[in-house]
Design a protein around this ligand. Sequence first.
Ligand SMILES: Nc1ncnc2c1ncn2[C@@H]1O[C@H](COP(=O)(O)OP(=O)(O)OP(=O)(O)O)[C@@H](O)[C@H]1O
Length: 231
Amino acid sequence: MLQVRDIETFYGETQVLFGTTLEVGAGEVVALLGANGVGKTTTIRSILGLTPATAGSVRFDGADVTRRPTHEIARLGIGWVPDDRRIFPTLTVAQNLAIARRSTRFRSWRLEEMFEIFSALEHLMRRDSENLSGGEMQMVAISRALLGSPGLVLFDEPSQGLAPKIVQDVMKTIRRLRDEGIACLVVEQNAVSALEVADRVYVMSHGRMVHEGPAADLLADDGLRRRLLGI
Ligand SMILES: Nc1ncnc2c1ncn2[C@@H]1O[C@H](COP(=O)(O)OP(=O)(O)OP(=O)(O)O)[C@@H](O)[C@H]1O
């Protein structure tokens, strides 16, 4: 579904990605881990064309999207759950969700299905989004991504700032998406939660991948985990 090959990305003169390569298959959850500042968010930004790669390629669903504008890339079926959620604060929850609707070649989701996944969401629909708690915002951010009919969802730090029970709900939702055949790329500081939900994992350091393999292997190998992730 997603193939990122040898991408190089800069902020101005500063190079952040030095030949980053990764793949996510349909119905696969892939975790992207690594210390602060190694380039995980920049990898997501390059996939979405927000900070386009200057070398290498990004392919989604068979199409080369490397230097296409972000709105075109999103319209092909890439959903994004950003680390700062980016919910429009002056709109209600219902309005935030209404403007996210999009049809793609992938499965579309009904609002009622969002209410099944997040039982609290139905009662939040009329609320102004600026008054939501962190967990409520995350429900809205994930629902918004799904209402855009994605084939791939990019999650940036989905558990950041959330209570443990809500983190469990988010991870359960990611499993559900996988079961529906949606590809998920999950950038996380909370490495254990990410490894528990992921099929495969990449570990990044200084803009390059330094490890790739089954998530279960890294979860089981204390020595390797300590060396790569310090935990
Ligand atoms: N807009 C920007 N302008 C200049 N440099 C940036 C910008 N955004 C990020 N950087 C730098 O790029 C590097 C990689 O940042 P990035 O956010 O991709 O890392 P990360 O692995 O996602 O880390 P974190 O978990 O802290 O978000 C860092 O050194 C960061 O300071």
